[in-house]
Ligand binder design. Structure first.
Ligand code: FAD
Length: 292
């Protein structure tokens, strides 16, 4: 099923990544058994920033497992910056073979260890490429957006103009970068509306369960940490259970406010942690039922 149809019925989705060290069918089913039971509209699977090392890339394999064994619609992330066109074509073929219908088309982050081949500069070029090398309606395409602006862009306004260009290349749904202050998301949504971006924008929510991990994420993606959240992390950083409880409570509060404000979808960065996803879903189930 295409994401644009799923988005009409479901407002809750999850994101996972291919485990690096502990990749085994057992470890995957331990995670997927529990995440699939949460009945997400879709689960998206991340793609290595290093590009199409096809042998190593487990994204398509995990998407196949989600679709065939769990009957959960997968969205396969696909980056382009560090890939050649022929490698992207091979990935698209692989996706078609596995019945994958939805792609999150991304530029990917720059890596100091990789010299990009220069075939793609921006995600919009990947979207044009997918559109011109696949049959009409073979893939539904999602893209990333940044409520506080992409860190490499001079201003939020300019970033939204670039986003409009990307959406016009043929995007059905936007998924946002994580953010911790809903006001940033609301301001961004208004700017998108003014710019004529009319596709659904799903809010990316990452519960804080590990101080150093969040600090690393924040330094790469440029999201700001509200004082309330910094205080919470400082207070509980050495007490993992307390930090997890506080992080889940903070994320739940964010989601309740977003749903009350009519957000079109919640994309939970589940980080392969079913327990955290179960707790959040449990906290908001009746709110989601009321929306669907
Ligand atoms: P783009 O849309 O290309 O934007 C990148 C920068 O270029 C922005 O500053 C933008 O304003 C500017 N720009 C865009 N188009 C133009 C143009 N035509 N002219 C001038 N400037 C332009 N990374 C991974 O490696 N793997 C993943 O699986 C992954 N999943 C992600 C999922 C989500 C939901 C999000 C939000 C991010 C994800 N990322 C992932 C990170 C992402 O690859 C980085 O944030 C990357 O730096 C930008 O990707 P993009 O697709 O948004 O790029």
């Amino acid at each position: 099923m295409k994401v644009r149809d799923i988005a009409k019925k479901s407002v809750f989705s999850l994101e996972v990544f291919p485990p690096k060290k502990s990749y085994s069918p057992e470890s995957i089913s331990r995670i997927f058994d529990r995440l699939a039971a949460l009945e997400p509209g879709f689960i998206s699977v991340t793609y290595g920033a290093g590009g199409s090392n096809i042998q190593q890339n487990k994204t398509v394999e995990l998407c196949r497992i989600l679709k065939q064994d769990y009957h959960v619609e997968p969205v396969a992330h696909l980056t382009c910056f560090n890939s050649r066109k022929d490698e992207v074509l091979t990935m698209l073929e692989l996706m078609k073979e596995q019945g994958i219908e939805n792609i999150l088309a991304l530029r990917g982050d720059r890596s100091p260890d990789i010299t990009p081949p220069g075939d793609f500069r921006y995600a919009c070029e990947l979207i044009d490429f997918i559109r011109s090398h696949t049959k009409e309606d073979e893939f539904d395409i999602c893209a990333a957006c940044y409520p506080e602006g992409h860190p490499e862009c001079g201003s939020l306004k300019e970033d939204v103009l670039n986003l409009k260009h990307k959406v016009d290349a043929g995007v059905s749904l936007l998924i946002s970068q994580l953010f911790f202050d809903n006001e940033d998301f609301y301001r961004f949504r208004e700017l998108c509306d003014v710019a004529g971006i009319k596709v659904p924008i799903h809010a990316g929510i990452m519960p804080v369960t590990n101080k150093s991990q969040i600090e690393r994420m924040v330094s790469t993606c440029g999201a700001s940490l509200p004082k309330k959240l910094s205080r919470m992390m400082a207070r509980y950083e050495n007490n993992p259970q307390a930090l997890m409880d506080a992080g889940i409570s903070y994320a739940t509060e964010q989601i309740v406010d977003l749903l009350a404000s009519g957000v079109e979808g919640i994309h939970l960065y589940a980080m392969n942690r079913p327990k955290m996803a179960e707790k959040i879903k449990g906290n908001i189930s009746s709110l989601l039922d009321a929306r669907q």
